[in-house]
Design a binder for this molecule. Structure first.
Ligand SMILES: [Zn+2]
Length: 511
């Protein structure tokens, strides 16, 4: 038996920093669903949002805090009273809560952004931590732009906030400029130089602009860090954040090397990755480590031979350990309500009322008529379809014709507030024709920002999962649709996006 290792705290910020990437916005219900998956995975801390940023963010933090009991729920807050009070309020019902407060500490940020003297910044940081401690015992302090701060000032402010009650100190590489050896060495120096550093856990928060976010995080772990901030699929602004699955599996696979272990149940990694991808409409690249479709595919004949004879020859991890291959055929045409509902419960999806489940079950039956084998991914896509809180726009019928040498033509019938409309349109392709026909009727004024199709499972009878991102008046929404016919899925996704736009409009008007 090995000696007991330190715990590496996994702090997931998919719902906060990940959501900040343009186009990745999630509804409250979607955040709760993802948070439940993170809880099943035994993520230690879930950063659910930035409570003061908007009423929607506040409600999402509150909803996650109520729904999740096993993981600690965190809200971000600037180092000002209003932010901290709002975070404390949103976290009131959490079983375990954390307030994560931050202020910039680099000379350039203090001078130009904050327009404050270093001494005032230090005092404000201390006050913020003390205020946050009135709401929770667990306070994290981040030095924004920390890696560009003056070392002596950084040591003083860290010492002061630890004395004030901060239990976690995060030094982010916000712009993704750091390099593993340098970033790790910085933590070593900080931990050695701050007199009370043993009273806090040090944390990384790395961005992937140079593809080094995971390497930087792991280098810091080798130098005394015991918390990493990360996201599922490395979701995040620009090139994204450090990827949770890569950090967790690196630590687990190289236990000979790392002085830490995580508490993560890795068998939930792939299903969670799929859920985040389908909710945000950001596909996972096939060659992505751990969660990419090809991550465990051994194509070359020599490799296959080796794997068949003795698995460890080429496989350093087992696909099933991260949740691949568990999505066996589960349901089909003859599966009843109880079986479908039970499988959803196993997937962590509960329905708020019987009507909601009824609608999903009807779609399940429809799908089972078209497709013999229904997989977990299909079940996820059936739920994703029913997210829009209002159904102003409904697709009644679609007929698309493609012929070599002539422009594709779409005939469409749809209802707006129950009133039926029909029209036809030509386009540069069948999808273009379909969307033009919808817009001839609806005239939404929205811009199409993204159109993506993904196969939900393998095989030519797979459902196509379509994401349509529309923008109107600065608001972005992601509509989703799934069907074995990708043109129907496309039309559904477009209608879903229109419904989401309509619901945010009506919300704005206070309806
Ligand atoms: Zn960040």
């Amino acid at each position: 038996m090995s000696t007991k290792k330190d715990k590496l705290v996994i702090f997931d910020t998919t719902l906060r920093d990940g959501e900040q990437s343009p186009g990745a916005s999630m509804t409250k219900e979607e955040k709760v669903r993802i948070a439940r998956m993170l809880e099943r995975m035994r993520v230690d801390v879930i950063e659910a949002g930035f409570a003061i940023a908007s009423p929607g963010d506040f409600e999402a933090v509150q909803a996650v805090a109520e729904a999740v009991t096993e993981s600690r729920i965190c809200s971000l807050a600037r180092a000002v009273n209003a932010d901290i009070l709002r975070a404390g309020e949103a976290l009131k019902k959490a079983n375990a809560s954390r307030i994560h407060t931050f202020i910039a500490t680099s000379p350039i940020h203090m001078k130009y952004k904050l327009q404050m003297d270093p001494e005032d910044v230090l005092q404000q940081a201390v006050n913020a931590v003390k205020t946050a401690r009135q709401f929770t015992d667990d306070v994290e302090f981040s030095l924004e732009d920390g890696s560009r701060s003056e070392p002596d000032f950084m040591y003083r402010i860290i010492e002061a906030v630890i004395t004030a009650g901060a239990g976690t100190i995060n030094i982010p590489d916000t712009v993704g400029y750091g390099e593993p050896e340098e970033y790790g060495a910085m933590f070593r120096r900080v931990i050695e130089s701050v007199p009370n550093s043993d009273k806090a856990i040090f944390s990384t928060h790395c961005h992937n602009d140079l593809g080094l976010a995971v390497a930087n995080s792991l280098s810091a772990v080798m130098n005394g860090v015991r918390q990493v901030e990360c996201t599922i699929n490395g979701l995040g602004e620009r090139a994204g954040n450090a990827s949770l699955e890569e950090i967790v599996m690196a630590v687990q696979t190289r236990q000979d090397l790392y002085p830490v272990e995580t508490g993560i149940d890795t068998s939930h990694i792939v299903p969670t990755s799929r859920m985040v991808s389908s909710v945000t409409g950001f596909p996972v690249q096939p060659n992505k480590a751990i969660v990419g479709a090809n991550a465990f595919a051994h194509e070359s004949g020599i490799h296959q031979d080796g794997v068949l004879k003795h698995r460890e020859t080429y496989e350093i991890m087992r696909a099933e350990d991260v949740g691949w291959g568990q999505n066996r055929l589960v349901l089909g045409k003859h599966s009843g309500r109880a079986a479908v509902r039970a499988r959803y419960e196993e997937l962590g999806i509960n329905f708020s009322d019987s009507e909601e489940f009824h609608q999903v079950f009807l779609r399940f039956k429809e799908l089972a008529d078209k497709k013999h084998e229904i997989f977990d991914e299909d079940l996820h896509s059936l739920v994703a379809e029913s997210e829009a809180p209002v159904e102003r726009f409904q697709l009644n019928d679609l007929d698309v014709r493609s012929k070599i040498g002539s422009a594709p033509q779409a005939f469409i019938s749809l209802s707006i507030d129950g009133k039926a409309h029909e029209t036809e349109a030509k386009g540069d392709g069948p999808v273009d024709a379909t969307f033009k026909a919808i817009e001839y009727i609806v005239d939404s004024g929205a811009d199409l920002k993204l159109y993506s199709v993904n196969a939900v499972t393998q095989g030519t009878d797979s459902q196509g999962s379509v994401t349509v991102r529309l923008e109107k008046d600065g608001r972005l929404v992601n509509g989703v649709g799934a069907d074995t016919d990708i043109l129907i899925a496309s039309a559904q996704a477009y209608m879903d996006a229109l419904n989401l736009l309509a619901s945010s409009e009506s919300k704005k008007q206070g309806v």
